[in-house]
Design a protein around this ligand. Structure first.
Ligand SMILES: Cc1ncc(COP(=O)(O)O)c(C=O)c1O
Length: 417
């Protein structure tokens, strides 16, 4: 038995559902590895020694490459001085100054651990600011694994009662949701673009973003952009800067310290009094080492051409994949920004083609995701893209050979349930 299979078997005993949450490979093609030993740059090595170019980048945590030396040095230096102690390190002030210096709408920061902490704080502050309950969230948008924004078993209807749905990019539906909230609207939440799982991604419609801003201004509600996933992958600012809209609050996480555990809620002065009022804290929120890693990451965001680089690489991948798919008679829909692409096949309602192609990519040393957006990172090179394209050519060929006999994929397990 491979080390991978052995660990999967052991995991069944000691973790609910084997492995839980978004890192579980239960809803991936059979051959996807679950356990890894190391990673450097864009390559990760599984427990059986197989190496993959990783187009998931730890679900967007890895922006400058696994094990980036500058960032890790900063982390280790701070760790050797101190990490968490009875007070806080001065690096916390420096990080807040640097972050609010980069993100235009932001005047203050609160550092937390996970993206869910940041979005949950956003909801609390909006409710404290407005003394109202209702929060508008687009259908299918993910804002974290907390009762106020999840539908998981174990949450109650009461916990969801403050939530009103709208359709992303649909101004009429947003206006209907605001009308439904009446005079009880606390916030409109928005992801920077539609990056829901299993479906085509959609760029934000500037008219929708502007209308969200206007409706918040009109009603006194707060506009919250959830940049946890897309932050710094579209702009060196809050992502809705790309459509000319400034929120009152923005939630950040994942890549802001290149994978070290820290997330943040940033806010404008308008929301400062409410943010000062609420009681929130966490034992590990004040750890200095991830903050030092955050500072080093923000320096790279500010001082390198990482964004232009990943946009260019993403474009090279998109064009190359399009050509290779078309050459073998496939229509591959590539949606989302080039830095965070999602690939779905036409005429593949149950994803059997997507599963087969992804599995064939994996066999050729490229880790792609069949139904979640992927991520490019600044450690990638044109050669990595060309390697993926060469793998794709083989994978399209293998898919063509198997197409007629593909079995339906087992019903996708709800990963967030
Ligand atoms: C848009 C968005 N918001 C919030 C979260 C929650 O972040 P975390 O998993 O760090 O709690 C995620 C995580 O994937 C996300 O993509």
């Amino acid at each position: 038995m491979s080390r991978q299979d052995l660990l999967k078997q052991r995991a069944q005993q000691v973790f609910p559902r084997g492995i839980y949450g978004h890192l579980s490979t239960r809803s991936m093609p059979e051959n996807y590895p679950q356990f890894f030993t190391s990673a450097k740059g864009v390559r990760m090595t599984d427990v059986d020694g197989k190496v993959y170019i990783d187009y998931m980048c730890a679900f967007g945590l890895n922006l400058f490459g696994y094990g980036d030396e500058e960032i890790n040095d900063a982390f280790v230096k701070q760790m050797l001085k101190t990490d968490t102690l009875t007070g806080v390190s001065e690096v916390m002030v420096e990080l807040a100054e640097r972050f609010t210096g980069i993100v235009t709408h932001a005047d203050w920061a609160i550092f937390v651990k996970n993206g869910t902490d940041a979005t949950t704080l956003g909801a609390m502050i909006a409710r404290a600011h407005t003394k109202r309950d209702k929060i508008i969230i687009a259908e299918g948008a993910y804002h974290g694994a907390a009762a106020w924004c999840s539908a998981s078993p174990g949450t109650t209807a009461g916990e969801r009662a403050g939530r009103i749905s709208c359709t992303y990019n649909d101004v009429d539906s947003l206006e209907r949701a605001v009308a439904e909230a009446g005079n009880d609207l606390a916030a409109i939440f928005a992801t920077p673009f539609k990056h829901d799982v299993l479906i085509d991604q959609a760029e934000p419609d500037a008219a929708y973003a502007r209308r969200a801003r206007e409706l918040c201004d009109k009603t006194g509600a707060l506009l919250v952009v959830d940049d946890v996933r897309a932050g710094f992958k579209l702009a060196r600012d809050c992502s809705w800067a790309t459509v000319g809209v400034e929120p009152d609050l923005s939630a950040w996480g994942k890549c802001i310290a290149n994978g070290h555990p820290i997330s943040a809620l940033l806010g404008s002065d308008k929301a400062r009094a409410a943010a000062a009022k609420i009681f929130v804290t966490g034992s590990f929120w004040y750890a200095g080492a991830p903050m030092a890693a955050g500072l080093a990451t923000l320096d790279l965001v500010n001082n390198t051409d990482y964004l232009e680089k990943i946009e260019g690489l993403g474009e090279r991948l998109r064009v190359g994949l399009h050509q290779r798919a078309a050459a073998q008679g496939f229509s591959l829909r590539q949606t989302g920004p080039t830095t965070m692409p999602l690939f779905l096949f036409d005429e593949d309602p149950d994803m059997r083609m997507g599963f087969c192609w992804s599995s064939e990519m994996l066999k050729r040393g490229v880790y792609v995701h069949p139904w979640h957006n992927m991520f490019l990172c600044a450690a990638m090179t044109e050669q990595d893209i060309d390697d993926a394209l060469a793998a794709a050519e083989g994978a399209f060929g293998a898919l063509k050979a198997q197409r007629a006999s593909l079995e339906p994929v087992p019903k996708l397990q709800a990963i967030f349930g």
